[in-house]
Write a protein that binds this ligand. Structure first.
Ligand code: ATP
Length: 303
């Protein structure tokens, strides 16, 4: 079966349950997430054979991340445990209702210490698709080197390279990011870019498959020179975060299963829509037999 290998940092995430500044006794909901681990989970739920490569600390959060990924059917043999650094943490606060601010505690984290030595040579050789995102090269010099080495090794072994620009302004500036993200984008066979991210690329390269994400307005796909503009699926949006990762997961799972780009785009539009209907980046993502639920009348009760 075709293997999808994703490489990146999985973090512990705590979400404030109520708006306002945190106080003694404030409630926080714990989960784990990360751009590339979200893609891994989303694709695994759709039936893809997926492995995740990265680093976590030798701590409770690292063990939780491993347990979640394994429980979702994602291969974790290339998830290294680092005894010398903690698992990274992301805190989501709501200063005003609905206005979510993200703060990272990931400088020096295990995930940011990812290096080329961590790369799983066997999986890089076996993968049909390697998925990386623009988060990893922003984490550290060694993580950046790991991302480039992985792309080179997987590409040389015949894998398709999938790259999601995923620009994070909390991690670096556009001027520092631009040459790095443009270089990675130029190596991609499948390129995911948000329409609000094109300014961090010198230009949008002519990759064989380009998916320009447009949030609640849908997506423009460019496949070998032919452009297809598609509206988003209509859903009641609750939490927009994670839509991009869900979209990539749906697209990649279908391409791995041998479906053509236009069909994979249908699935991506559906998985992106699923992601916004529920809180959390990946928790609400669908199994393949649930995709059709979007076509049903929301009043329908299944008995
Ligand atoms: P994020 O970084 O928040 O995970 P993103 O900016 O990478 O997301 P978006 O463009 O927001 O990605 O969303 C990706 C896809 O998900 C869109 O192209 C669309 O198909 C779907 N999507 C996003 N928002 C909505 C919405 N409100 N309703 C339906 N579908 C949506």
């Amino acid at each position: 079966m075709s293997l999808l290998l994703t490489l990146g940092e999985v973090l512990a995430v705590v979400n404030a349950e109520e708006p306002g500044p945190p106080r003694v006794g404030s409630g926080f909901r714990l989960t784990v997430a990360g751009a590339e681990s979200n893609v891994a989970v989303g694709a695994a739920r759709l039936g893809a054979d997926v492995a995740f490569a990265g680093r976590v600390g030798d701590d409770e959060f690292g063990r939780l991340a491993r347990t979640v990924l394994r429980g979702e059917g994602v291969g974790v043999e290339a998830l290294v445990t680092d005894p010398g650094a903690p698992t990274g943490l992301m805190v989501k606060l709501q200063r005003l209702p609905g206005a979510v601010g993200v703060r990272y505690y990931r400088a020096g984290s295990a995930g940011s210490r990812l290096s080329p030595d961590d790369l799983p040579d066997d999986l890089l050789r076996a993968a049909s698709v390697l998925h990386v995102s623009g988060v990893t090269p922003a984490l550290s010099e060694s993580a950046r080197a790991a991302a480039f080495c992985a792309v080179e090794a997987a590409s040389a072994a015949g894998a398709l390279i999938s790259f999601d620009v995923n620009y994070r302004s909390r991690l670096w500036t556009p001027d520092v990011a631009r040459p790095v993200l443009s270089d990675l984008a130029s190596r991609a066979d499948i390129l995911f870019v948000g329409e609000d991210e094109t300014h961090v690329l010198t230009s949008v390269p002519d990759a064989p498959e380009v998916l320009l994400k447009r949030g609640g307005r849908g997506c423009a796909g460019r496949f070998g020179g032919t452009e297809t503009v598609r509206p988003a699926r209509r859903v009641a949006a609750v939490d927009p975060v994670g839509a991009g990762d869900a979209f990539a997961a749906g697209y990649l799972a279908d391409r791995l299963a041998g479906r053509p780009p236009a069909d994979a785009l249908d699935t991506a539009l559906a998985t992106g829509a699923f992601a916004v209907t529920q809180p959390g980046d990946w928790e609400g993502l669908p199994r393949r037999d649930e995709l059709a639920l979007l076509d049903e009348n929301p009043e329908t009760v299944q008995r």
